[in-house]
Write a protein that binds this ligand. Structure first.
Ligand SMILES: CSC[C@@H](O)[C@@H](O)C(=O)COP(=O)(O)O
Length: 343
């Protein structure tokens, strides 16, 4: 890609968000100047991916301050509006962490808030670049450097899901840049197709060879020996390494464990929630039934069916071969736990 994508951009007066619901067929942006629009954009997945919603939430504090100025809100009303942004989605801890970080500068006013939000964004890109290098080094050392690697990934963890570059997709981009990547198996990622719509779109733009496959194909592809490693992102990682990520992830981890294929999670330390002891304490977002009962606004399941639509699942830490953060790689399944190593 000639110019790095920016899913979340501060324009000087508001946010310009790439509308990820419209991709890959239409490239559009949603302009955000008020809190309701931002909360709606986060809920509808106009902006999505844990680090990207963290960045949007960080700038959300500035949006609330500016709207408050225009509409004569009290400080408490601005804080209430910020709380609505902070709670727009429950699983990705980055949203809460980034909003809280920027709120620590609230009393200093708009310039300080904007400087902190810009730092959140800049540091995320730096973290992604570092993860790319650590993850690629680990894979080439542990999996083998004798031939280019075949990597499976799930959901979208690229520039669209972050402040830039990507987490798991950042490792994949780094392998490609080093000439050590053969092919990517990109799971389509039902029900909202972040894999086939967004990851494949990024891979096409990067010129990275890939197959889009149905989620149900992943375990078979792994067990047939067609994958050297799986790499995914995360929405929240507990102190014991249990990892919440897009629904479907735990099945990939189980297949990898059975096949002896490394299963890596790549996420910045802003996704590690040391206050959460294990995966049972992670709030899993339950989304609307229509997302699984309909496609493109047309009902696909019979009338009378109910839909079960958890947006995420939890992979036990014992199945996580490596957790790649900007601080290096922890071999979680061998007992290198975030709670011990990342405090
Ligand atoms: C770098 S993005 C990491 C995760 O947020 C990603 O894998 C994921 O599960 C995104 O879910 P989404 O519902 O699309 O926001």
């Amino acid at each position: 890609m000639s110019q790095e994508l920016r899913a979340v951009e501060w324009t000087g007066t508001g946010l310009a968000l790439i509308d990820q619901t419209a991709l890959p067929h239409r490239t559009a942006t949603v302009d955000v100047h008020d809190v309701d629009t931002l909360v709606d954009a986060i809920r509808r997945l106009v902006v999505r991916g844990a680090p990207a919603i963290g960045a949007a939430g960080a700038y959300g504090v500035a949006i609330a301050l500016l709207q408050g100025e225009r509409e004569g809100w009290t400080d408490d009303e601005v804080r209430e509006a910020v709380a609505r942004v902070r709670e727009a989605r429950p699983t990705a801890v980055n949203l809460m962490v980034c909003v809280d970080r920027v709120m620590s500068r609230f009393d200093e006013g708009l310039d300080a808030v904007l400087a902190e939000a810009a730092a959140v964004q800049r540091e995320d890109v730096e973290a992604n670049r570092a993860m790319g290098a650590f993850g690629a080094d680990w894979l080439l050392e542990r999996v083998g450097a004798d031939r280019p690697l075949r990597i499976l990934t799930h959901c979208n963890t690229g520039a669209l899901a972050t402040a830039g570059w990507g987490t798991a997709l950042g490792v994949i981009r780094e392998l490609h840049a080093r000439g050590r990547l053969e092919v990517v198996y990109a799971d389509e990622t039902r029900p909202l197709l972040q894999g086939s719509r967004l990851t494949a779109w990024e891979l096409v733009h990067e010129g990275i060879p890939h197959f889009v496959q149905a989620d149900g194909a992943a375990a078979g592809t792994i067990l047939r020996g067609e994958v050297d490693a799986a790499i995914v992102g995360a929405d929240r990682i507990a102190a014991n390494g249990d990892t919440a990520n897009k629904v479907g992830t735990v099945g990939i981890a189980l297949a990898c464990a059975d096949a002896g294929v490394p299963f890596l999670v790549a996420a910045p330390t802003t996704t590690v929630d040391l206050a959460t002891p294990d995966g049972t304490a992670i709030h899993i977002e339950l989304r609307g039934e229509d997302e699984v009962l309909e496609w493109g606004g047309v009902r696909t399941a019979p009338a009378g069916s109910r839909g079960h639509n958890p947006a995420f699942d939890v992979t036990p830490g014992r199945l996580v071969t490596g957790l790649v953060t900007e601080r290096g790689v922890l071999e979680v399944s061998k007992g290198e736990l975030p709670g011990d190593r990342l405090r």
